[in-house]
Design a protein. Structure first.
Length: 225
């Protein structure tokens, strides 16, 4: 691969100028919106070992017993929406990544493409803050991804980006709960379901998604060049 192509891959620029809106970039942006919608309605069952509070009470029992083994296996329904957001920014860059999220939000205010439906009323749903938080997270991630994508940089982007989404999502959730005068136990349950162990999965899969997005981007540049 020539140095010229390698430079274009690293900066996602063509002839020193930022990529302009073309038919190709519009198609990729629209496909990215579709990717987010598909990810929103995709559930992945993740199973992993864990140790409950009553772990020691099972020490004297037969560990080969299926029910006992099942007691130490945690099943989690994971929705890969946030990793898909980071895949898109790694693929398209900051400008077109933000454009794809804006298109997704606007479409969601008219069509039921969000997790719990859609329409203008969704502005007052507890989870809408997480969607809005995609925008600053993509701005941050897209800015840092202009440099080299070594593991440490990608790890920091994933951690800070995911935390940005969850922190802003939680703050928005408190805002809506205040407007609704919702009980605190309801808000707490929402936070646990949306930002509990989900954060760890989001960070892990976002790291993978960023690397996949960058590799896909390189392949696209090879084809384009």
């Amino acid at each position: 691969m020539s140095k010229r192509i390698e430079k274009q891959i690293d900066s996602f620029k063509y002839k020193g100028e930022p990529i302009k809106i073309t038919l190709g970039t519009l198609i990729l942006t629209c496909l990215s919106v579709l990717f987010i919608i598909v990810a929103t309605f995709t559930q992945i069952t993740i199973k992993h070992p864990y140790f409950p509070l009553d772990t020691f009470s099972f020490l004297a029992q037969d560990v080969n017993d299926y029910e006992i083994l099942h007691h130490f296996i945690k099943s989690y329904k994971y929705i890969p929406q946030i990793p898909m957001v980071f895949f898109i920014v790694a693929l398209l860059g900051r400008k077109f990544g933000i454009l794809s999220i804006l298109m997704y939000i606007i479409l969601g205010l008219f069509f039921p493409i969000f997790a719990l439906g859609g329409g203008v009323r969704y502005l007052f749903e507890y989870g809408f803050g997480y969607i809005l938080a995609f925008l600053p997270a993509i701005f941050f991630a897209g800015t840092l991804l202009k440099g080299k994508t070594d593991f440490l940089r990608v790890f920091l982007i994933s951690v800070i980006g995911v935390l940005t989404i969850h922190v802003l999502g939680i703050l928005y959730m408190f805002f809506i709960a205040t407007l609704r005068q919702a009980p605190m136990d309801l808000v707490t349950s929402w936070i646990i379901s949306q930002s509990g162990i989900q954060i760890l999965y989001d960070i892990f899969f976002s790291i993978i998604a960023i690397f996949l997005g960058r590799q896909t981007r390189k392949l696209l540049w090879i084809v384009m060049c």
